[in-house]
Every structure is written in C-alpha cells, then in structure tokens.
Write a protein that binds this ligand. Structure first.
Ligand code: DC
Length: 230
C-alpha cells in the first residue's frame, strides 16, 4: 500500500471514531491525531482561566487568550497511547469530563478557535502517514485526503455507549443527561455557520449502530484496502 497517506475519519460524537482511528493507525504504522482533543483542551483552558464558567462563555476573553494556549500530544510509555498536554501539563482525563463535554460545542463554533485548531492539525499532517479523526477533517482540514470515512450511529446507541463509559469510570450521571448532551452536540456541530459537521462528497459512510469496535475497524480497513487497490 502507498505510504504516508492522509486518512480522515469524521462523524458524530460517540461513534467510536477515536478508538477505531487509534487501532487503524497502529495497523498501518501511522500517527493518530484526535482533533476533538484540541477543542476539548481549549475548553478546559477556558474553564480554568475564567473565560468560561457555569455554562457562560466569554468569547472575547478566550480569543485574547489563544496565544497562551499550547497543545501537544505525547505518547504514554506504558499504554503507548498519545495523551493530550496543555501548556506541558497532562490534561487527558480533565478534557473527557462532562463539564468539558457540555461546553466544548459552543467553544468550537468560534471561528478564531477553529482557525487555531485547524492550523495545528494541518501542521501535524504535513508529512502524511496520519489518521485524523474529527468533524471537518475531510471537508476543511484535509480536503485532499486520499481516504475519507464518515461514521454515523443512532443518538440512543451513542448515548448508551457514553453512559457505559461513565459508569465504568465510576461516574454517577443520568442516562437522560448523557443523551441530551449527545443530541445538543449533534445539533450545534451540524448547524454551526463556520465549518459544520457534514459528510464530504467523496467520503464513504459507515453506520456502526449494529457493529462493535472490531467489526467497525474491519469494515474501515476493507474500505482502505479497496480504495488503495492493495
Ligand atoms: O470528538 P469529540 O467528541 O471529542 O469532540 C469534541 C467537540 O469538538 C465536538 O463536540 C465538536 C468539536 N470538534 C470540532 O468541532 N471539529 C473537530 N474536527 C473535532 C471536534
């Protein structure tokens, strides 16, 4: 198979994009980048630095603070997974909290925040050999990506997956709240004016409502091999 391709995996929240992208990158010996982690890191910064609190976002203040935000990914030597660092502090756990999930969509509609994250994403893809997952990777970040996948699944099933994750991590959150968060994020992500979530014309849709992670990976790998004629 040709080396150093760009593989864009977009889709709705909680469709398992990051988990599948990690495995696919490993199989291909590529780098995986979770672009959502960048928007989450900016949101965590906003919550820690008084540009967001109690559901209110101070857009102007956050935009002025963007030059102070440095995001990087460092491989954990034990798990061998990339973890997110904000100004050299590991924030991988913080950025997965419901507090961040509830604020990340309004943060990610701000054009200056999008430009900031998209620049970083494009820099990381300069040499190819990358699997990047997100919402606008195939449409905006890498419109010329060789392979584009668009992952969908029903909101109920996605909320159920996220609910189980919270339960496994000992977090006591009502299913209705998780479902509401999934539906709200779907709406905001696909209705924002700037770079909304949408399937690129040349992306291949994968519905994994009825598939587990391994089955989804198999399906995507099959598409990659077919597309590359390998
Ligand atoms: O994939 P995720 O749920 O961790 O993403 C968190 C949020 O970031 C999501 O609600 C929308 C936003 N996001 C985005 O706008 N564009 C991307 N490329 C990735 C994520």
């Amino acid at each position: 198979m040709k080396k150093n391709l760009i593989i864009a995996i977009d889709g709705y929240s909680s469709t398992g994009k990051s988990s599948m992208s990690k495995i696919i990158a490993k199989k291909l010996n590529y780098t995986h980048v979770d672009s959502g982690a960048m928007y989450r890191a900016v949101t965590w910064y906003a919550l820690q630095n008084n540009s967001a609190s109690q559901g209110q976002l101070n857009e102007e203040r956050l935009i002025a603070q963007l030059p102070n935000i440095h995001i990087s990914f460092i491989k954990n030597p034990t798990t061998l997974r990339n973890e997110t660092y904000l100004n050299d502090v590991n924030v991988e756990d913080n950025i997965r909290s419901l507090e961040v999930s509830s604020m990340v969509s309004p943060v990610s509609v701000i054009p200056a925040v999008r430009d900031f994250c998209v620049n970083l994403q494009q820099q990381m893809g300069t040499n190819g050999g990358i699997v990047m997952d997100g919402r606008d990777i195939g449409t905006t970040v890498f419109p010329n990506a060789e392979i584009k996948i668009f992952v969908v699944a029903s909101a109920q099933i996605r909320a159920q997956r996220r609910f189980l994750e919270y339960q496994q991590n000992g977090k006591d959150i009502a299913f209705e709240d998780v479902l509401k968060n999934v539906e709200e994020r779907d709406y905001i992500d696909s209705h924002r004016a700037y770079s909304p979530l949408r399937k690129a014309d040349d992306a291949i849709e994968v519905d994994n409502s009825e598939l587990d992670l391994n089955q989804t990976v198999d399906k995507v790998m099959e598409i990659i091999h077919q597309k590359m004629g390998a």
